[in-house]
Write a protein that binds this ligand. Structure first.
Ligand code: TYM
Length: 482
């Protein structure tokens, strides 16, 4: 029998949990709205006080959603059960990583190891990279070897399928919020292209023009135009039309009843409370925003593409993306079993930093933080020389004596993404750290590499006509039989 005081305690604990939930949502919304730091800090303080009160009463830690927040990794069993659905809002000083905000106070960037624990994903370790090489018989991409793709969910399952000769497909996407994509966006797309070439599998690319209409101050016409421009940028990266279907939500969903039915099934299995917890929506969020996550979830299931998969519902999906998109797919993976569908697997990348340094990601909404695929060769040179944050010392003498800091030097960080030659990269790191090389040298190397990459894309982009884009956008069977 429960004693009166025990039942009172549990009542108080229940009340506290609800308050923590509401306060967590408030903090998330303030962050989404990019409110003043002091306002967010004050609300985080209240949240932490509530959590402390809860812990004092129950002896348990609690997340923003009222669930226990800190998992003991040793207690996790199968990879598929490892997702942490509702992440408590970042506490004071913690990195913020969600689809709308990526920021940290640390000059060396986001603490990705901590993020793996918070999100409940798994790190891509040497053993997994070795397995990649063993299974494919190919040398792993530099993004894998250098930890740029650093986290995953159930990649081993995908490798097992491949080894057993069973099918899977790739799914990635872009939210067209600017006419031009930046070089940071190349990271998931370049890697996806390599995955497609390595595994020879179908690829679907979602253009969430609807998402950008709902979340940004843009008109339907603007986002549709940007989507088409971005589609051409993506095609210019060299995707194979016979293996790749690109679709814009505003067009495809109306053409494909199976996609719409799946979307509604996902909506039915996800409550407002859940999306509040995951995305920080609140009572003043438009119902369009609240319902949108189901749109990004749907392509994770093969029944969204009846022409490609011949109506098959359970072809495994693998999603390469930067880790900011993970909340959408935590939700998707949570819902999948309830729909008797396969959970999508994921590969997460780190962020390509802003020119100003690793405290924020390169973002199209800040033109000075980014190098765009439409920038001229001269603009690339000027931006890098003017804005790329240096890890060098104040004077040449001091630099020669103490050496530069690769961990914060943006040019070095960018070279890590785009300089393929492993030996050359190692030598640059060694000579910059010892002080032999100056920042100017690294900038020069980077300018040449980026001018070549962007220049090549611009050349190919000239050949991507409206007709070519429409061929990629046409719902159709790809070269694979199902
Ligand atoms: P979007 O347009 O913000 O970004 C497109 C892809 O680029 C990644 N990304 C970055 N990667 C490295 N460094 C950066 N600085 C950087 N900025 C963005 C994103 O993680 C993403 O992979 N809602 C999505 C569109 C989408 C999607 C998907 C993305 C729909 N379905 C499936 C990935 C997978 C969006 O707005 O992405």
């Amino acid at each position: 029998m429960t004693t009166p005081s025990a039942s009172m305690d549990s009542q108080v604990a229940g009340n506290l949990k609800s308050q923590i939930d509401a306060q967590g949502n408030k903090v998330r919304q303030l962050k989404t709205d990019k409110a003043e730091k002091e306002i967010i800090d004050a609300e985080v303080k209240t949240l932490l006080a509530l959590k402390a009160e809860y812990k004092a009463l129950t002896g348990e830690d609690v997340g923003g959603s009222g669930k226990k927040s800190k998992k003991d990794p040793s207690q996790k069993t199968a990879e598929s059960q490892m997702d942490t659905l509702n992440i408590s809002p970042a506490a004071e000083g913690e990195d913020i990583v969600d689809p709308w905000t990526v920021s940290t106070t640390s000059a060396t960037g986001i603490d990705y190891d901590k993020l793996i624990v918070r999100f409940g994903s798994q790190s891509i370790d040497e053993a997994l990279v070795d397995r990649f090489e063993k299974v494919t018989g190919k040398s792993a991409h530099r993004f894998l070897k250098r930890g740029i793709f650093f986290s995953h969910r159930e990649m081993s399952k995908v490798l097992n399928l491949y080894e057993a000769g069973k099918p899977f497909y790739l799914y990635t996407g872009r939210g067209p919020s600017s006419g031009a994509m930046h070089v940071g966006h190349l990271v998931p797309f370049v890697f996806t292209k390599w995955l497609q070439e390595t595994f020879d599998v179908p690829l679907v690319i979602q253009m969430t023009d609807d998402e950008k209409y709902l979340f940004k101050d843009l008109t339907v016409e603007q986002v549709r135009k940007m989507a088409l421009d971005n589609v051409k940028d993506i095609i210019a990266l060299g995707f194979d039309m016979e293996k790749t279907f690109i679709f814009c939500d505003f067009d495809y969903i109306g053409q494909c009843p199976e996609f719409y039915r799946l979307m509604v099934k996902i909506q039915k299995h996800c409550t407002f409370n859940q999306v509040k917890g995951i995305f920080g929506f609140d009572d003043s969020s438009s119902i369009g925003k609240i319902a949108f996550p189901a749109v990004q979830a749907a392509p994770s299931f093969s029944e969204a593409f009846p022409l490609i998969f011949n109506g098959k519902k359970n072809v495994q999906c693998l999603i390469p993306c930067a880790i900011d998109q993970d909340p959408y797919f935590r939700m998707t993976r949570d819902i999948a079993p309830r729909l008797k569908l396969e959970k999508p697997a994921l590969l997460h990348s780190v962020f390509f930093p802003a020119l100003q340094g690793a405290t924020s990601k390169m973002s199209a909404s800040d033109p000075n933080s980014s190098i765009f695929l439409t920038d001229t060769m001269k603009q690339i040179k000027t931006k890098i020389n003017k804005y790329a944050f240096s890890g060098g010392r104040d004077t040449v003498e001091e630099h020669r004596e103490k050496g530069g800091d690769c961990a914060v030097d943006v040019s070095y960080q960018y070279l890590k993404f785009f300089l393929d030659d492993e030996e050359k990269l190692k030598k640059i790191e060694k000579d910059y750290t010892s002080g032999e090389l100056l920042t100017g040298h690294l900038k020069q190397e980077l300018i040449e590499i980026l001018q070549k990459i962007v220049g090549d894309i611009q050349e190919r982009r000239k050949t991507v006509t409206d007709e070519v884009a429409q061929q990629f956008l046409k719902p159709r069977k790809l070269k694979y039989d199902y």
